[in-house]
Ligand binder design. Sequence first.
Ligand code: DOR
Ligand code: ZN
Length: 344
Amino acid sequence: MKTSINIIQPDDWHVHFREGEMLKVVTKYSARVNRRCIAMPNTTTPITSSIQAINYKKLIESNSNSINFEALIPCYLTNSLNIDDFTYALQKKIFVGGKLYPSNATTNSQHGVTDIKKIYNIFEIMEKENSVLLIHGELNRDDIDIFDREKYFIDEELYQIRNTFKNLKIVLEHVSSDYGVDFVNSNQNIAGTITPHHMLLTKDDVFKNEDINPHHYCMPVVKNEKDLIALRKAACFDNNKFFLGTDSAPHHTNDKVQNQSLKPGIFSSPCSIELYATIFEEENALGNLEQFSSINGPLFYGLEINKETLTLDKRSKEINEFTEEGNIRIKNFSIDKKINWKVL
Ligand code: DOR
Ligand code: ZN
């Protein structure tokens, strides 16, 4: 039995750092183990211009407590983007790609895209620049069940995007269903990120009787056992189209426990790589962890694989219930079972 594993240093291809005091508190937890992170641009004022991206990157890196840490910023795509600035920022690698939030799909997505066909001109530019389109793949419509949003997005939007822009690199973010896994596996130029929580929770952990567990509520919502199994298989064994993206999304506890303002998001960065290692070990696939955490992502994004390594030891990792600093109080993601791996 292995008691220690050494992997190329990971990257997290999907994290939320927020702003202000929250950013100052949470960034170090991701920088603790990752060399690079994609910082999601759904800040209160979304990141839509090159100058905002430059400033946001600086802000994150200077709060990371690490000299090597790099934040990569995608552009928050909107109906009214400044196309010249966007193209310039892609060419200068100021933007690592473009993030598509369908309007009102999740936190701060009210500025998102209402009619995706209307931004096909943006996809055309991205395809030409060999850039990456990151997608929150959910269709939020009154007639669509919350558990079917990913499937509807794939059927009604993603097939068409895929077929229209065959060379556009697409990441289906936080894949949450077996349907999503199948789509990624059966199409070209598309990859998927998988969160730890979608491999650990099912809807029973969120919705019980009339109650909701706000700390396990996220978008896309966690689904059924069959989806969890498909995601574990995708991460651990179908091992080149999927990579690490925690979707660590901190919210102040007030935004979680006061039901009228229940915000979706799970804060997992204090134990992210440890959770993934625990899952891979359960699947007897520890040997494939590095591929998922440190190789598939950079290969897909066309970036260098990290040179440093990270060691995880087989010992149980204790997690505090909350991350608390100053005015910030965030519930840390926790699970019933032990986390078996620890970065020293
Ligand atoms: O659960 C989520 N929280 N999913 C998202 O897509 C956004 C995130 C957030 O920003 O809170
Ligand atoms: Zn997210």
